[in-house]
Design a protein around this ligand. Structure first.
Ligand code: BGC
Length: 588
């Protein structure tokens, strides 16, 4: 599989707003900015709402340009009266200094034409009283006072694009993982239990991968889809509700930016994909014998993100991804799968959305959200066929970086300018998933979509794990000393040395996140470290060779891969043991 870190069009939106605004934001309590260049012809109206759960709340702000000149870059400030403390924001860059909150455009939404609106949100914690702020300013202009009785009905509300939305069909619940057991794959469990110490995690749920047509019936005498579903029905007897997780992974021309998981279907084999892969899967999943399972499908890892970042004219383009973009077969296959599987009332489709170190840059984020929406609304598929998205599948990026955030700076320079972050908008997968979720909703996906994070191998425990923020001696020293992620580069994806198991599967770990889940079964290789002839269609990708010095997609860094690795999907005992040893939280 290919997971790439393509920052070719880094947006160096230099200090236009950042410096002036962030400095000014600390001044005064009225939230008025002074001396901002674009202040003159800009008028604004701000709608504020809060969804409060007692110890915290989600704040939503919508800014409307009521002036007669476009704003090219904007920053909103306002203040709280209490101890409200910013946790995490999305669709804008949120920061807080004392009681003053600054919300700066995220680049892709910098332009605000006269009459246009834009929305952003953030989570806050608090204790005591949570009064709404009363004064707002954008780019130094005090905004028209908001009358809570009149939320400006004339304004379009981009946060709720389809108020008449009937919701998802069938009996689907909002979060299938909530209060549910999850299927333990007996084949993986047996491999794990056979390793020294592996017993401790052998009863964790992992996904079943359908990575070729033959996997539907079972490969080499192994379990097929029905065998797994039957076993799931057995396991489900111990629970009121039960989730079965299956990865649908066999597109024509699969894995176009890498070779390790090239598939069996050629770029033009779209008809075979539909009739010999998706149709039989749909037929089995629709069997009434499985109607009580909540079937979570993970749809086609890496494919749509590859069409965003690894196509011409980018330096990261591959000829294979150019072919798949031109022939449209990734989009056609995915829309077909969403539509067919989405017709089954107990199926929950989650589309793969890459990871923060791939899609987190402004240009990639918006383009990906648009491509996802286009794909989910073609060939009969609709947004109701999409229950959510998954990030970090089979990747190594931490869920949360606890010791630094995107809002940190060193001597006034944002961590975004560090070598590691390299102008990305996010430093970890959870903030990325939450921000991306908002972006997807604003483009027309249902407002109740949920995100999954594959935490199977993103733990980064062990002796090299930092225990707190590093000293701010320099920007890079601070980021490199604070980050959990010990990779050489965030675009590295194959059998990463030093990695550990991440959080054990958990339902509803954070706002907007349906679950932490183990989709990539720990101990199964990402790809061979040297050429191994095989009949699985697997190629050899140099990103799995520890001596490889890199390509444009990892910015010419060493691969960071473990040596002596078997083919992708095959058991890799040494990796399993390292993951166990470096688990975080640690395994007892
Ligand atoms: C491989 C699949 C395998 C999956 C889970 C992928 O990288 O291509 O064959 O089933 O990983 O290990």
């Amino acid at each position: 599989m290919s997971r790439t870190n393509p920052p070719p069009h880094r947006r160096r939106r230099a200090a236009l707003m950042t410096a002036g605004v962030l400095v000014a934001a600390g001044v005064g309590t009225g939230g008025l900015l002074q001396g901002t260049a674009s202040a003159a012809a800009f008028g604004c109206d701000v709608t504020y709402s809060a969804n409060d759960w007692g110890s915290g709340f989600t704040a939503n702000v919508t800014i409307t340009n009521t002036g007669d000149a476009a704003a090219n870059g904007w920053a909103l400030t306002y203040s709280y009266a209490g101890n409200q403390q910013l946790q995490q924001g999305w669709s804008a860059v949120w920061s807080q200094s004392g009681k003053t909150v600054t919300v700066e455009d995220a680049g892709w939404n910098a332009n605000l034409a006269p009459g246009a609106s834009t929305s952003a949100g953030a989570n806050f914690s608090y204790s005591g009283t949570n009064s709404a702020p009363t004064a707002f300013a954008v780019n130094g202009v005090t905004c028209g006072e908001e009358d809570p009785g009149d939320p400006d009905p004339g304004d379009p509300d981009p946060g709720d694009p389809d108020p008449g939305d009937p919701g998802t069909p069938g009996d689907r619940v909002d979060n299938p993982y909530e209060d549910a057991g999850v299927y333990v794959n007996p084949e993986w469990s047996e491999n794990a239990a056979a390793e020294p110490g592996g017993d401790a995690i052998a009863d964790e749920p992992t996904a079943v991968w359908l990575d070729r047509r033959a996997a539907i019936e079972g490969v080499n005498g192994g379990m097929g889809l029905r065998d797994h579903l039957d076993a799931a029905v057995e396991q489900a007897q111990d629970y009121d509700d039960f989730v079965f997780q299956v990865v649908v992974y066999n597109l024509p021309g699969r894995d176009c930016a890498a070779l390790a998981s090239n598939g069996e279907l050629a770029p033009d084999d779209i008809d075979t994909y539909k009739s010999e892969f998706i149709d039989p899967i749909a037929e089995i999943l629709a069997d009434p014998a499985y109607a009580d399972l909540r079937i979570v499908t993970v749809i086609e890892i890496d494919s749509l993100p590859n069409l965003v970042t690894n196509v011409s004219p980018r330096a990261t383009a591959t000829p294979q991804c150019d072919v798949m973009k031109a022939n449209g077969n990734y989009q056609e296959g995915i829309s077909y799968a969403l539509n067919e599987l989405g017709d089954i009332p107990n199926v929950y489709n989650y589309i793969d959305a890459g990871h923060y170190g791939w899609i987190g840059w402004d240009d990639n984020l918006l383009a990906s959200a648009q491509l996802f929406h286009d794909t989910a609304t073609m060939n009969g598929a609709t947004v109701d066929d999409v229950h959510g998205f998954i990030v970090n599948t089979a990747n190594y990026g931490p869920s949360v970086e606890p010791y630094y955030s995107i809002n940190d700076s060193v001597n006034g320079t944002s961590v975004r300018q560090s070598s590691w972050i390299d102008w990305n908008r996010y430093v970890d997968n959870q903030s990325f998933a939450q921000g991306f979720r908002q972006q997807l909703v604003s483009l027309g996906f249902n407002s109740d979509i949920g995100m999954l994070i594959d935490t199977s191998r993103n733990g980064w425990g062990g002796p090299d794990r930092p225990t707190g923020p590093a000293a701010k001696t320099s920007l890079d020293a601070f980021v490199d000393g604070s980050r959990l992620d010990q990779r050489l580069q965030a675009g590295n994806w194959c059998n990463q040395a030093g990695a550990g198991l991440g959080e054990r599967p958990t339902a509803s770990p954070a706002t907007g996140i349906d679950a932490y889940t183990w989709i990539k079964p720990p101990g199964e290789s990402d790809g061979a470290s040297e050429v191994i002839p095989n009949d699985e269609g697997k190629g050899f990708d140099e990103m799995c060779d520890p001596t490889y010095t890199g390509n444009p997609r990892n910015n010419y860094n060493m691969s960071g891969a473990l040596g002596d690795a078997p083919l992708s999907g095959h058991w890799f005992s040494a990796q399993f043991q390292e993951l166990l040893a470096n688990a975080y939280p640690p395994v007892n």
